[in-house]
Design a protein. Structure first.
Length: 155
């Protein structure tokens, strides 16, 4: 991912969040904090970025964010991660990602299978993506796509 593209997208989200006076949070599995790091690069992040939870372990997803029993590689899990992050971090908007980074398949899903969700108040929208590449390329593509999901939610 081009550093300039990431910075541009983060700054755009920053302006939108400040303009709407909203707090944004993240819940991440696949990206291990890369999404929170990208948002934290945005202008005046301390004014609008609440923080994030890296929930790599299944127990963290369940015990901290309230994800119900079942596969953690689903759109439903992404939705529960997003609502859990919004609740836990008192955020108006929360974005979450989970998926298969690779290099091997998991639960019958190929590498690059990504589930994301964004929670705005009581509304939750999810997305499913299929990315190509090695694990780091999949993480980069996931971060950019998730930032796009946040941007659309703020419009």
């Amino acid at each position: 991912m081009a550093d300039d593209d990431l910075q541009s997208r983060s700054d755009e989200i920053a302006r939108m969040a400040q303009g709407r006076s909203v707090r944004i949070a993240t819940a991440e599995s696949l990206t291990s904090g890369a999404l929170a790091s990208a948002l934290g690069r945005g202008e005046e992040a301390s004014e609008w970025f609440a923080g994030g939870v890296v929930a790599y372990a299944e127990s963290v997803k369940r015990d901290v964010l309230g994800v119900t029993a079942g596969s953690v590689l689903t759109a439903q899990c992404a939705r529960e991660l997003a609502t859990g992050a919004a609740r836990l971090l008192d955020a108006d908007v929360a974005v979450a990602v989970t998926g298969v980074g690779g290099p091997d398949p998991e639960e019958g899903l190929p590498p690059g299978t990504v589930y994301a969700a964004v929670c705005v108040g009581d509304e939750v929208t999810d997305a499913t993506w299929r990315f190509d590449g090695d694990p780091s390329a999949i993480v980069e593509q996931t971060v950019m796509a998730a930032l796009g999901l946040v941007r659309r939610a703020l419009r």
